[in-house]
Design a protein around this ligand. Sequence first.
Ligand SMILES: O=C1C[C@@](O)(C(=O)O)C[C@@H](O)[C@@H]1O
Length: 295
Amino acid sequence: MTLRQLLHIPATTEKPLIAVPLMLGPTGKLTPFAQKLQAQNPDIVEWRADYIADDFSQAVVWQQVKAGAQAELNQKNVSTMTEAKMLAEIDNAKQEFLANWPMMNQQVIKELTAAVFNSVGEFPVLLTYRTQSQGGKGEMSPVEVATFLTFALQSGYPFAAVDIEYTMPEELRAKVITTARQQQVPVILSYHDMNQTPDDLHAQLVDMARSDIDVIKLAVMPQNDNDVDRLLSATRAFSESQDKPLITMSMGQLGEKTRIIGYQFGSELTFAALDGTPISAPGQISISELLQAWQ
Ligand SMILES: O=C1C[C@@](O)(C(=O)O)C[C@@H](O)[C@@H]1O
């Protein structure tokens, strides 16, 4: 099965799918992104939830609740004893907060998801939370990441696919995969090496393909041109011998050409930034640079 078939995106060209990253923080505005999206018309939007999810993590929300309670306390001119009592109450409130957190968390994630879907309209949405070690912004723990992805998948909004990291502990990966299967959402297993291009790329791809997932994505950093050629050869060898759709790229400036010609070697999707929006990985180019290179 091809990636287009899996994601139900009909082919109008022999070129690969184009995915654009949506990297909005809590103060970012969705409308300008949505307008650019309509004008530049890529195939997929990758919601890089790591740019926003951490601002709604348990620790951050509790700090805000606590700061609010303390500010109120500071305004009241109370005796030391009353203050001690009120501080103890804040502590009790924490227990209540923690008990209610899963419900609040689920609701917040649903609202974030709704905001994304409402602004991107008909565009297929790929759900991604990328941790710092894999080149993202996210600092949540693996359990929090798995919970985030699970709640987002269960929010009732139809994701086109979900990305999970190869480095996520196996039992958490299984939890997200099970939820994705229940929601009939294809799973992309991703591996990033932000420093180098591993020696045995084929072995890496074959190992990833053993998991119960639908698509493999490999993004690695080249040190020289040979690394870039190795990435392209491994892409060809894997895509000719295995059934699972593959997405690969060599990052940084050295690897730029893989984003343009990778499809000729079997990579079925390429990431590009909407014109006028930031790139989500080193070496990523804009949509118009990509289209121009294809002419
Ligand atoms: O995995 C990838 C690929 C990527 O890292 C790139 O190199 O274009 C960009 C990320 O947003 C995406 O999740």
